[in-house]
Design a binder for this molecule. Structure first.
Ligand code: ZN
Length: 238
């Protein structure tokens, strides 16, 4: 099956990683749809960014405007009913005794992929694209390569259709993610990511730093800022 005939659904939160993944999919596939999840997350600014980002992406390249299809926003309040985490409640971000940060929402990505697979079935889509990364992240077990590979098999069997899970950032660190955005869309895409995507866990959008908006101190901001700094240093060397 050629790449062009496959139709992806991008898990699109409005953050840096999923925006880069959406551009990646638009560069490869003729028809791309997006899905987002509202689960009462603290960083709701991310959800508010989604539609602006979609619209601005279509302005970057005429082909991307032709290729970008429908957006779907699903309400998954049920995640909040499963118990508090620092991602959904006013709890200080910290490491837990089991070595995972308390921003970990157990089952979140498993649920997201299952819902995305159900929607893909209804919409005739056959690739799920997510911004998970094993290289440079907090060690969430549901973002790991093997978890996604196992899910690909389970979901394909469960809907009895070949479904491919793609995670273009899986082995990239944050510096390489900035670089990928530049390769895909040049300075215009980097500026869009910088100014319109939201990553900060604490929802700060007051100050525009070199790497974008955020508190500058939470784990997500720190990772994003350090990655941007490393990429800028690389660019100066190249
Ligand atoms: Zn922050």
């Amino acid at each position: 099956m050629s790449t062009a005939s496959r139709r992806p659904l991008v898990l699109f939160s409005g953050g840096q990683d999923s925006t880069t993944c959406l551009a990646w999919a638009l560069a490869r596939y003729d028809h791309v749809e997006t899905i987002g999840f509202d689960y009462g997350q603290r960083h709701r600014a991310e959800l508010d960014c989604r539609l602006t980002l979609r619209q601005r992406l279509t302005g970057l390249q005429p082909a991307w405007a032709r290729r970008l299809g429908d957006d779907h926003l699903l309400d998954v309040d049920v995640l909040g009913q499963l118990g508090a985490s620092a991602m959904t409640d006013e709890i200080a971000i910290a490491m837990q005794a089991d070595g995972l940060p308390n921003t970990f929402v157990p089952g979140r990505n498993l649920l997201f992929f299952t819902l995305a697979a159900a929607l893909a079935y209804r919409r005739g889509l056959d690739v799920l694209v997510g911004g998970m990364s094993q290289t440079d992240y907090s060690g969430y077990p549901d973002c790991r390569d093997n978890t996604l590979k196992a899910l690909q098999v389970a979901l394909s069997l469960g809907i009895d259709r070949p479904l491919t899970l793609e995670a273009p950032l899986m082995w990239l660190d944050k510096a390489a993610t900035w670089k990928l955005a530049h390769t895909l869309g040049g300075d215009a895409l980097v500026d869009l990511v910088r100014e319109q995507t939201h990553t900060c866990y604490l929802n700060h959008r007051h100050t525009l730093h070199a790497w974008g908006y955020g508190c500058g101190e939470c784990p997500a901001c720190t990772l994003r800022a350090q990655g941007h700094q490393a990429w800028m240093a690389q660019r100066r060397r190249d």
